[in-house]
Ligand binder design. Structure first.
Ligand code: BGC
Length: 363
């Protein structure tokens, strides 16, 4: 009798901690899937999620996909088996992630795309994002505002074509740069496709693809470095001197800047970035990177978790607009961005307590 009673107690305890899902482990309410630890941006997000999660009553789990859509799908399956009700996911590849979120959707899970849109599926409920067109526009505008004279060589670089954001950033930048290419302020140094399209302000997705396929970094600093080296080797003397460089984010900006600053025929350069990565803030202080677009990840995390909690509490989250993902209009909540350079780095990043002054030298 005693043995039977003890077994019953043990078995019922197992059931509740396993959530009846059969995979073991505790029940999880919100699953978070981030693309890779190899890009500093997502390590920032992990930390900001951890900071925010300490105050929530709901259980959460963060998994990384390590740059692989297959691993990403596996992560989503793991979280489904842990009984999640809400999935917050930043896809490695926007189109490939459709299959993963479709299996979540089948289980009645609410799907929130985080920072990067998941494309070509109706299985995305919400999208929390920064204003990515504004990121690109700010990069382009910075180059225009710091242009010197006429005929300045312009080097273009872009993100990974598997990331919808890469198109938004490029589009935002191109719309600002294109009139300045037409009026002779800039001359394109490294893309025959961009040169062919220089009279077109509003590029189609296919036209952008043609340019991006020539100047993509794949978000990989090494690939960016190799491309920059190849471009400088091929460049004629009139494509050196004082130049402008559209670099899509901080990781690639630092490696491109290193290549250009090592070329003695490059006398000066202005280079963009985004993410306000700590290493790039040091580059900005040191005069090696010109600007970054600060995307306050604390705000994005707050929006994503706020939305998840509202869904768990059976409320309808507030949204501010929508993004078409090729199949449906996904309701979106969008956050603004801030341009940071040497002049306002202290105010925007130290005074706002995003970083500590002691994280840097020469501030
Ligand atoms: C993000 C950027 C990031 C890039 C590479 C983009 O989708 O919006 O912040 O730098 O991916 O990780």
């Amino acid at each position: 009798m005693m043995v039977v009673m003890m077994l019953t107690v043990i078995l019922s305890a197992c059931n509740s901690s396993g959530n009846g899902s059969g995979s073991g482990g505790g029940a999880v309410s919100v699953g978070i899937v981030l693309p890779t630890k190899d890009e500093t941006r997502w390590v920032q997000d992990e930390q900001r999620f951890k900071d925010a999660l300490s105050s929530t009553k709901y259980s959460t789990e963060i998994l990384f996909s390590q740059g692989s859509s297959a691993k990403e799908k596996e992560n989503v399956e793991t979280l489904i088996n842990k009984g999640i009700k809400v999935l917050i996911i930043c896809p490695q590849d926007g189109a490939a992630a459709a299959a993963a979120v479709e299996s979540a959707k089948k289980e009645g899970i609410t799907v929130i795309a985080y920072d990067r849109l998941i494309t070509d599926t109706d299985a995305v409920d919400y999208y929390v994002t920064f204003d990515s067109l504004a990121v690109g526009a700010a990069q382009g505008q910075y180059l225009v505002d710091h242009a010197k004279g006429k005929g300045q060589p312009l080097y273009l670089y872009a993100g990974a074509a598997s990331d919808n954001n890469a198109f938004l950033f490029f589009q935002g930048a191109w719309e600002v740069l294109q009139p300045k290419i037409v009026d002779g302020t800039f001359k394109i140094a490294n893309s025959s496709e961009a040169e062919k399209l220089k009279d077109t302000k509003e590029l189609s997705r296919d036209q952008m693809s043609a340019i991006i396929s020539q100047v993509t970094t794949n978000w990989d600093p090494n690939e960016a470095k190799n491309k920059a080296q190849t471009h400088l080797t091929a460049a004629a003397a009139d494509m050196k001197g004082d130049i402008a460089i559209l670099a899509p984010n901080d990781g690639t900006a630092r490696s491109i800047a290193d290549v250009f600053s090592a070329d003695s025929a490059v006398t000066d350069y202005v280079i963009t970035g985004q993410d306000a990565e700590q290493a790039s803030i040091q580059y900005i202080i040191d005069g090696k990177q010109s600007m970054t677009v600060f995307k306050d990840v604390r705000a994005l995390v707050k929006d994503a978790m706020g939305m998840a909690v509202e869904i768990l509490d059976s409320k309808t989250p507030e949204t501010t607009g929508s993004y078409n993902n090729g199949t449906v209009d996904v309701k979106a909540k969008q956050t603004d961005v801030i341009v940071v350079d040497k002049d306002n780095v202290k105010k925007e990043l130290i005074d706002s307590e995003y970083y500590k002054a002691s994280d840097f030298t020469g501030l």
